[in-house]
Design a protein around this ligand. Structure first.
Ligand code: SF4
Length: 719
């Protein structure tokens, strides 16, 4: 019944899912009256992230543009409402709470699914006008350890690399990254490059034997949590092999000796060293030798490094080895963190993490605060960092935060120890949720629900893992009463009395203001930093709408340069302008296994699902990949615990329990289990891994330890 037409335009936009940020083209075909339109999606051959490639999730995007499950109308206490009363209620409740209990009694919990324009307004409202640092994001669960590591080493949250490095490197080391499933188009690019350049080697370091190891020349099944030790050992090896770049260390860095001393201390007892790594010396030495002899070494890392109570140290231990060899910022070299979400990077840019101020300007920098205060015309700029995700929900549970606004995310499903998070939301005085989905684990706690536009309806920008800003364009009209997130927040800001500073005719005006902000203080020594897109501040609205993908920096008066890198010649953004070695003492995960909880539960993504499946779950072909939740168990453990393929098993930790079918596989090592993150309470109340993950987190980055939870395993029902 669909009217086919080849005459409809193909609209360029960006994939809704991972941090690769692939360009797509979408074509809408209207059906007969009363029927939905269909959306065809193909890869954008001109987009430098993917050059036309897409993965299974990107190819199925069109199947997820449906009305099913959408939130289309504001609701107050479960009853449909017009926009005005709902916005007024949010503004009044927040204003009264702040007046009575102070600015830190309220919080925003936002998302890497928001567009940069949305993120900018959220940060401006909370930090600039409410006057609290209490805005944090689900990106805290994804890459905040990399942010902390970058800031300690480089002085700013800078990703020095570009995707071309994956193709031009001679040795690609993938650490804690199942690139094949979590960043599939980067994996496709790497695989093609390796086929074209047989001299290229790939090393995979991961406790799990994933799809990514299929292209590995060397696979190191490291013990969970031992990455700092492995990289401290590498620094020691490079020093002993005289493979350091003494000139780079001398000219461009500081604190090398401290870091090397610590590294040598950690691996002095060789027997204990290899035992803690869980690796034979031959594998480790081969890896070290390959790194020592290969100038173009690229280390790509992701959640396996970040989601740890030592995540920031893991990042710095990796960066240390690149600073020590001067292998940074040159073609094919460097430490390269690839982000999980489509706009995790955009959120980092505007200041969407509780410990960042705005536009890579930092809390604690008096001059930066003055500049921002003047720029925003703000009388009440936050003076210090706010609470990070886990701390924020603890403060809600303790009653210190009395009003919270959750945007485009589902913390009741995704934060560790979710039963406590659910209890916190149930007891909170006032909960606002803006989302495009009506029924999530979190929306059920909302006093006010606000319908946000979905991916295909929104217009704005996102930034991918290689600092490339791409336009997300509206493909279909907004459903029902759904509005852009930046608009919703701006309307609330106006009702709270901040009208003059939140009067934006369109998302293009928000973007231009943000771009102008990145020029602040760039001429001053104390504020100079990496992020500068002020060259885009004066573009017209038409130019914004036709903006081609562009990598930052783009300074005022300069033309965008493609494939720019950072730090080959030093030029760091620390006070001394030198890169900092960080002394990273190895420490095991915060909670050890014991007689009661003898197994380690790891968690992560599947190839064909995204987060809590509100979109990918709508596609039959994506669901067909792994149709139900499961727990991977090594055959030796299956035998020891009396379970078989397909049987229901239960995992229990200090936080709670979950059940799923046993999948018996050597992909996990003995003593380790793996469970995907995607199933939540709205699918099956018993199969949510966040019920089991305990809330330990990295004291530096605040990132939870989602990949190491001591658990017990039992058959179900227990006989
Ligand atoms: Fe989308 Fe990531 Fe797949 Fe690209 S690799 S199509 S951005 S999910």
């Amino acid at each position: 019944a669909i009217i086919q037409s080849d005459n409809q335009p193909w609209i360029k936009s960006t994939c809704a899912y991972c941090g690769v940020g692939c360009g797509i083209e979408a074509q809408v075909t209207q059906g007969p009256e009363g029927e939905s339109a269909t959306v065809a999606v193909r890869g954008d051959e001109s987009h430098p992230a993917n050059y036309g490639r897409l993965c299974s999730k990107g190819l199925a995007l069109g199947e997820t543009v449906v009305d099913q499950g959408r939130l289309t109308q504001p609701q107050i206490h479960g009853q449909d409402s017009a926009w005005q009363p709902a916005l007024q209620m949010v503004a009044d409740k927040f204003s009264h709470t702040i007046a009575e209990h102070g600015p830190d009694s309220v919080a925003f919990y936002v998302s890497g699914q928001l567009l940069t324009e949305d993120y900018y307004i959220a940060n401006k409202l909370m930090k600039g006008f409410i006057g609290s640092g209490n805005i944090d994001t689900n990106s805290r669960l994804c890459m905040s350890s990399s942010v902390a590591g970058h800031k300690r080493a480089f002085g700013t949250d800078t990703v020095p690399n570009t995707y071309t490095d994956l193709e031009q490197s001679d040795l690609v080391v993938l650490v804690g990254s199942n690139l094949a499933w979590c960043h599939p188009v980067l994996f496709q690019r790497l695989k093609a490059a390796k086929a074209a350049r047989p001299e290229m080697r790939v090393v995979v370091i991961d406790p799990r034997d994933t799809e990514t190891t299929s292209i590995a020349d060397l696979y190191l099944p490291i013990k969970p949590g031992a990455d700092v030790l492995l990289y401290n050992g590498l620094l020691d090896y490079l020093a002993r092999a005289e493979k350091l770049d003494d000139s780079y260390i001398e000219q461009h860095t500081e604190n090398f000796t401290h870091a090397l001393n610590q590294a040598q201390f950690d691996c002095a007892d060789r027997e204990s060293f290899y035992a803690k790594l869980g690796l034979p010396s031959s594998l480790v030495t081969t890896f070290y030798r390959w790194v020592a002899e290969t100038d173009k070494t690229l280390t790509v890392y992701s959640q396996g490094v970040n989601q740890s109570s030592a995540g920031a140290d893991k990042v710095n231990a990796i960066i240390n080895t690149h600073l020590a060899t001067g292998r940074i910022g040159r073609l094919g070299c460097g430490p390269f963190s690839v982000t999980g979400q489509p706009n995790a990077m955009g959120g980092r840019e505007v200041g969407g993490l509780a410990n960042m101020l705005a536009a890579h300007l930092e809390f604690g920098n008096q001059r930066a605060s003055e500049l921002i205060k003047t720029f925003w015309d703000s009388a009440n700029l936050a003076t210090g960092p706010g609470l990070k995700a886990v701390e924020m929900f603890d403060a809600i549970a303790d009653g210190k935060i009395k009003a919270v606004w959750v945007m485009a995310t589902n913390p009741a499903a995704s934060l560790p120890n979710r039963d406590k998070v659910k209890q916190a939301l149930a007891n909170c005085d006032f909960v606002v949720v803006s989302d495009c989905i009506a029924d999530t684990d979190t929306t059920q706690f909302a006093h006010v629900l606000l319908p946000a536009q979905g991916w295909a309806e929104k217009s704005g920008t996102v930034t991918n893992s290689e600092r490339r800003i791409s336009r997300q364009r509206q493909i279909v009209p907004a459903l029902g009463e759904a509005k852009p997130d930046w608009w919703i927040m701006s309307e609330v800001a106006k009702l709270m009395g901040f009208g003059a500073q939140f009067d934006y005719p369109s998302e293009a005006d928000v973007f231009k203001e943000y771009a102008a902000m990145t020029a602040l203080g760039q001429e001053e020594e104390s504020c100079k930093r990496d992020l500068d897109i002020s060259g885009l501040a004066d573009i017209t609205t038409e130019q914004y709408h036709s903006l081609a993908p562009v990598q930052w920096p783009v300074a005022q008066g300069s033309q965008p340069l493609d494939d720019q890198r950072f730090f080959a010649e030093g030029g760091f953004y620390t006070a001394s302008r030198k890169g900092q070695f960080v002394s990273t003492a190895y420490r095991p995960p915060q909670t050890a296994t014991n007689a009661k909880y003898p197994l380690i539960l790891n968690s992560g993504r599947l190839r064909d699902q995204w987060h809590t499946m509100t979109r990918t779950g709508l596609s039959a072909r994506l669901n067909a990949h792994k149709p139900e939740p499961f727990i991977n168990i090594n055959p030796l453990d299956a035998q020891a615990y009396g379970t078989t393929e397909g049987a229901i098993v239960k995992v229990t930790s200090l936080a709670g329990s979950a059940m799923a079918r046993a999948r018996i596989t050597t992909e996990v090592q003995p003593g380790q289990l793996f469970m995907p993150i995607h199933w939540t309470g709205t699918h099956s109340s018993h199969s949510c891994v966040s019920s089991v993950v305990t809330p330990e987190y990295d004291p530096v980055s605040g990132q939870p330890e989602s990949k190491f939870t001591p658990v017990a395993l039992s058959p179900w029902p227990v006989s």
